[in-house]
Design a binder for this molecule. Structure first.
Ligand code: M5T
Ligand code: MG
Length: 602
């Protein structure tokens, strides 16, 4: 049952209709919510009961000046009623807390899971700061909705109904007089509800802008400092912050307008009620006991009424936040299971690109009519100017994106027939800018497979990537934390940790996207040897700018503006007049010059 609740597919049960959506969000906790309401009813009944008992006591004992056994019974009655009221309130709060916290915990988990599984394209077009803001501040607004408003609103309605019925029992005329203002209060509340909703939405939007600015600045703090842009950035932040201040002020102003207006009506209602009640009592139309009970009960009519407005107005926050979160939930996840091929067997790694074209969502074409073939175990090198589409091409292999035209065949089947998970388990990528988590180096190398590998395997992988000695040079060795809370690795060290991570994964298809760009020539040759070893028996894609590092590839593709302009082996390409030849010439000349300089210096 519990797992059923936790695995609820929110995307299926939620909808644009906000109140319905919020109710469905409570799935599994709805009975608890109803339980909370039930206890509220008990508590309210006990409360009204107290006043009715008071009336009975005043009229039949105090005024009649009788005493004796009855008084004792009434005293016990009062104590019991208070006890019931207290206990019922406690259980109601308990249920309410469970409802609110349970619902929100699941929502948070769901959102995290959902965001992890959204498409690359979605993440590319969404600000991280905005997402963070929705997952924190908006989720919290929904939590308040359940903890305060949803429960509060129920409590108010119950209090109102129960006490109104109690009032009717006392005196119909008085009861009707006491609720004259209800339509007015409801009307005002609804009017303000709309205004607050708008203002709150504007406020949250600005809040998201501020989060994004902050988050980008923290991530890009080096760039900001290097360009001495602090004054500009501070100024920009100040402006955004000022806008937030203004929107916040507007929101509060609307709130603070609402209070006095609703208070005036409620206050007037009470005065009129007391006045009429008192006159009736003086004229003997109602008894003193009735008047006393009335004076108590009317508070419990006016109090909920005052709060009804507040609740309705505050509810708008929860509803707006619901919209903002539902927008994320509505997004399609990467269809992980769309492919049908996923077996226990490993892939062979034969690849064929057949007239592949590709463009990013609402972008122009970045790959045109790419065709080539490579067998399992072959190495394919990609060479080309920056922006020529090399990274885009290799990103098609793990299906980060799917081709827009043509097809890629893996082991003779269309790539789109494979499940993404199956593919990704067998493809290892050393990215152009590897990302390391703020965890230990050990955890970074064993990312995703920590329980399946031994320490020796990890060290072997690190040695192959020529990073073992570097790691040991840190005081805490493999336990050294990386990033914000630990050491900052150099670009080359990061790349090598990423290479070690990929070594350990032992993939069938290996992608090295400019993986040796930030290491010096000496280290590169060490890694090259390791990479050569790693490349054996797997299909490898190497992207590099130095011809030195790709000369030995079985197939070299020279790319320009998304097309293949030359393909062949090093020996073949060197014979042709073309881009490859000129790059080769330039690079050898530079190296020769360098060598000459070194020779003459020594
Ligand atoms: C090729 C565009 C980019 C460029 C073209 C990764 C990525 C790229 N592009 C997008 O619009 N969205 C993306 O997510 O595609 O870019 P590339 O494939 O990254 O080029 P490259 O790897 O050959 O370049 P480099 O500099 O890494 O050598 O127009 O704007
Ligand atoms: Mg690239």
């Amino acid at each position: 049952m519990k797992s059923l609740i936790n695995n609820l597919d929110l995307k299926k049960v939620l909808s644009e209709k906000r109140l319905h959506g919020l109710w469905m969000l409570m799935s599994g906790y709805q009975s608890q919510y109803i339980g909370a309401m039930f206890y509220q009813t008990i508590s309210a009944l006990a409360k009204s009961g107290t006043y009715l008992l008071l009336q009975y006591f005043v009229d039949n004992f105090l005024l009649a000046q009788t005493s004796g056994f009855g008084i004792g019974v009434i005293a016990v009655g009062f104590v019991l009623l208070f006890l019931v009221q207290g206990l019922a309130t406690f259980f109601s709060q308990k249920n309410a807390a469970k409802t609110a916290e349970g619902t929100i915990q699941r929502l948070r988990n769901y959102l995290y899971n959902h965001i992890q599984n959204l498409t690359f394209a979605y993440h590319a077009k969404t600000d991280t700061g905005d997402l963070i803001q929705r997952c924190t501040s908006d989720v919290d607004a929904i939590r308040r909705f359940y903890a305060d408003q949803a429960i509060g609103l129920g409590r108010i309605i119950i209090l109102f109904i129960v006490n109104f019925i109690a009032l009717l029992r006392l005196n119909t005329y008085l009861a009707l007089i006491s609720v004259i203002v209800v339509p007015i209060i409801v009307f005002i509340s609804v009017y303000f509800f709309r205004k607050v909703a708008k203002a709150y939405e504007a406020y949250q939007e600005q809040d998201a802008i501020l989060s994004t600015t902050l988050q980008e600045n923290l991530s890009g703090v080096r760039v900001v400092k290097a360009f001495a842009r602090q004054p500009y950035e501070i100024d920009k932040f100040k402006k955004d912050n000022y806008e937030k201040y203004q929107r916040g002020r507007r929101l509060l102003t609307i709130h603070s307008l609402f209070w006095p207006i609703s208070d005036i009506f409620c206050g007037a209602q009470m005065l009129v009620g007391y006045y009429i009640g008192a006159k009736m009592a003086i004229n003997g139309v109602i008894s003193i006991g009735t008047y006393m009970a009335y004076a108590g009960l009317i508070i419990w009519i006016i109090f909920p009424l005052r709060n009804l407005g507040r609740m309705i107005v505050q509810m708008s926050n929860g509803l707006v936040s619901y919209d903002r979160i539902y927008k994320i939930i509505k997004e399609d996840r990467e269809p992980l299971d769309k492919g049908s091929i996923s077996s226990k067997e490993k892939i062979r790694g034969d690849l064929e690109f057949k007239h592949v074209s590709f463009h990013y969502e609402d972008g122009s074409e970045v790959l045109h009519d790419i065709s080539f073939k490579c067998h399992s175990g072959m190495s394919v090198a990609l060479l080309g100017s920056t922006g020529s589409g090399k990274t885009s091409l290799v990103n098609l292999l793990p299906r980060f994106y799917d081709v827009t035209e043509g097809a890629i065949l893996l082991d003779d089947y269309d790539l789109r027939l494979y499940t993404r998970r199956y593919l990704r388990e067998q493809i290892g990528i050393v990215e152009q800018e590897p990302f390391l988590f703020s965890r230990s180096i050990y955890e970074n190398i064993t990312f995703g497979i920590k329980d399946q590998v031994s320490t020796e395997q990890v060290e072997t992988a690190a040695k192959m990537a020529a990073v073992h000695d570097v790691i040991l040079s840190f005081p805490q060795g493999y336990k050294t934390l990386v990033g914000e809370r630990g050491v900052t690795l150099s670009g080359g060290q990061k790349q090598r940790v990423a290479i070690a991570r990929t070594f350990l994964k032992d993939p069938r298809i290996l992608i090295l996207d400019d993986s040796t760009s930030s290491v010096d020539a000496e280290t590169e040759s060490v890694i090259q040897d390791a990479i050569q070893k790693l490349m054996q028996n797997r299909t490898t894609f190497i992207i590099a700018h130095r011809i030195q590092s790709i000369m030995q590839a079985d197939l070299i593709l020279v790319m320009d503006k998304g097309s293949i302009i030359q393909k062949g082996t090093h020996d073949e390409l060197i014979q042709q007049k073309g881009v490859y030849r000129s790059i080769f010439d330039i690079q050898t000349r530079i190296e020769e010059d360098l060598q000459k300089e070194i020779n003459s210096a020594s």
